[in-house]
Design a protein around this ligand. Structure first.
Ligand SMILES: [Fe+2]
Length: 387
């Protein structure tokens, strides 16, 4: 799928990115620059009770911090977003500063909608429904994966329906992303590896997407290179700030890539497996990735070849052979990171595969997959290979 003369795209990346060890302390200056003085910090219990990071941020913000909402959870539910917005409104917040993984950042995005638009988050589902700027948001990731600090997407779980609701809107893109490598050193190794492989999946899916564009491709290629080069180092030396910093950059640029190019079948499967079996998002992606690459290879050998060569998995200029090298290489990267590589090893029973295949074809990401996959029998083939 090389580019042709029908290529047409919009690439949008408005987030101001502030990078550096100690960049956390820039948060008050960023608020001041935007004329904001009443921020509510949005984070989770683990960070607020088991680490010093929230206190550090509160201290840095000083009088600009008017409260802290620490109830974000993995796959935050609609009720937690609504409760957070009510709290921020009561505190008179004019801005949100999220600190945490994708769930804390996404919770803040949901809160930003409810603060500006009113009602419940459930009233605002969908894509490009918002017509105005939402509550200003400074996002500070503590993991190097989702890229949520630069994207228009928020994933919020509907616990009653056992599904993940996706919100997507230009008005949800955070105003500022503060990337401070020092904030990521305390992640457990499995989370560090899983989130980095989520970033790698964004890079690869952005490139095989039907909506790929040359700017997103440039970002995706470099993000993939960075994950391949620095993930092993971050795992063997967790406090190495260079490795952590390069993975944070990889996550942010892969985030910008897929925010514009979209994702595909890997994410469609991972959303479903995550919602139904509680598998960590990055891990659910990493398990599916090699098998989706093989499934897609007949229609996406060219971008896979570019990726395989950029990541150093092969020097072959035969794209079909390079695509297989990419599938093998990313599978090996997952295995070498100490993560399971089969769904059977993360609590997915074989009897669940058919229902997962049925549910996967309803996920919005699947429409951008390069090979037509909206047939449960085809998805089941991939799931069986990954099981
Ligand atoms: Fe993802």
């Amino acid at each position: 799928m090389p580019y042709d003369d029908s290529l047409s795209f919009l690439h949008y990346a408005p987030t101001r990115v502030v990078f550096g060890v100690g960049a956390l302390s820039e948060a008050p200056l960023e608020l001041e620059r935007m004329g904001l003085s009443r921020a509510v910090v949005v984070t989770d219990r683990v960070l607020s009770e088991k680490t010093e990071l929230v206190r550090k941020l509160q201290t840095a913000l000083g009088a600009r911090c008017v409260g802290t909402y620490a109830d974000a959870q993995p796959d935050s539910g609609i009720h937690l977003v609504d409760a957070g917005a009510a709290y921020a409104r009561e505190r008179g917040a004019d801005s949100l500063v999220s600190l945490g993984g994708g769930s804390a950042i996404d919770t803040a995005k949901g809160m930003a909608i409810v603060l500006t638009e009113g009602g419940s988050l459930v009233d605002h589902q969908g894509f490009q429904n918002l017509t105005r700027r939402q509550t200003p948001h400074v996002a500070i990731p503590t993991t190097h994966g989702t890229g949520s600090e630069v994207t228009r997407y928020a994933v919020i779980k509907d616990h009653e329906e056992r599904s993940k609701l996706v919100f997507g809107d230009f008005h949800l893109i955070p105003d500022v992303a503060i990337l401070d490598p020092a904030l990521t050193v305390g992640q457990p190794p499995a989370i560090g590896a899983g989130t980095a492989l989520d970033a790698l999946t964004h890079a690869i899916e952005g490139m095989h997407s039907l909506q790929r564009n040359p700017i997103a491709d440039a970002l995706g290629l470099h993000a993939a290179r960075l994950v391949r080069r620095w993930l092993p180092r971050a795992l063997s030396a967790p406090a190495d700030l260079t490795a952590r910093g390069q993975l944070l950059v990889a996550a942010a640029i892969a985030g910008t890539a897929f925010d514009n190019a979209q994702v595909g079948l890997v994410h469609a499967i991972a959303h479903t497996v995550g919602a139904r079996h509680g598998v960590h998002h990055g891990l659910a992606n990493a398990i599916a990735l090699p098998h989706v690459i093989r499934f897609n290879a007949p229609d996406a050998a060219e971008p896979y070849g570019e990726l395989a060569r950029a990541m150093g998995f092969t020097a072959s200029t035969d794209d079909a052979a390079a695509a297989e090298a990419l599938a093998l290489g990313v599978g090996e990267l997952t295995r070498a990171s100490g993560l399971p590589v089969r769904y059977r090893d993360v609590g997915v029973p074989e009897t669940a595969l058919e229902a997962l295949a049925e549910a996967t074809i309803s996920d919005a990401s699947i429409v951008y997959n390069p090979r037509m996959a909206m047939d449960p029998a085809l998805v089941l083939e991939v799931l069986r290979a990954a099981w």
